[in-house]
Ligand binder design. Structure first.
Ligand SMILES: [Zn+2]
Length: 158
């Protein structure tokens, strides 16, 4: 597992850290070496989310998100975005490529493993597909999450 992925897992909600570690390890095993999975984003603070929301609105650029601070599952540490790292150097968001030649696209091998652990894939959304995105089932309603109390480290108390 690469060090960026490891660092990002450590900032996820404490209740899913071990699980995500296991998912990543299982994905890397399934991909057999050429492609490795990397978490590009896990926890995002409310402030970081607001900054993102402002792009294309009060700041220059194309709109990136419809979620303000508190309205993304990333803000609670229950979502991750991934990419694949090919031959330990090049990042890829190709969801169709079969790097390990087992007749299943590597990205879909990861989707299946996430699903087995109870994580929804943004690629299954009807309106706005988010192919790199996964979120934990049962914790993917920001309205509910936003009502929970937080601990001293700013994680919601389940
Ligand atoms: Zn995401």
């Amino acid at each position: 597992m690469d060090k960026y992925t490891e660092q990002r897992i450590k900032k996820l909600h404490p209740s899913v850290r071990n699980e995500v570690k296991n998912i990543i390890e299982e994905c890397n095993k399934a991909l057999t070496g050429k492609a490795k999975i990397r978490i590009t984003q896990g926890l995002r603070t409310f402030k970081e989310q607001d900054d993102l929301y402002n792009i294309g609105r009060t700041k220059k650029g194309k709109k990136l998100t419809r979620a303000k601070g508190g309205q993304s599952i990333h803000n609670y540490g229950f979502a991750v975005d991934i990419c694949l790292i090919i031959d330990n150097k090049q990042a890829s968001w190709d969801t169709l490529k079969d790097w390990d030649n087992d007749q299943v696209a590597d990205w879909f091998e990861c989707v299946k493993i996430f699903a087995k652990f109870g994580w929804n894939w943004g690629g299954n959304w009807k309106n706005f597909k988010d192919l790199p995105h996964f979120e934990k089932k049962g914790y993917n309603d920001w309205r509910k999450l936003s009502k929970l109390k937080k601990d001293e480290n700013d994680y919601v108390i389940l």
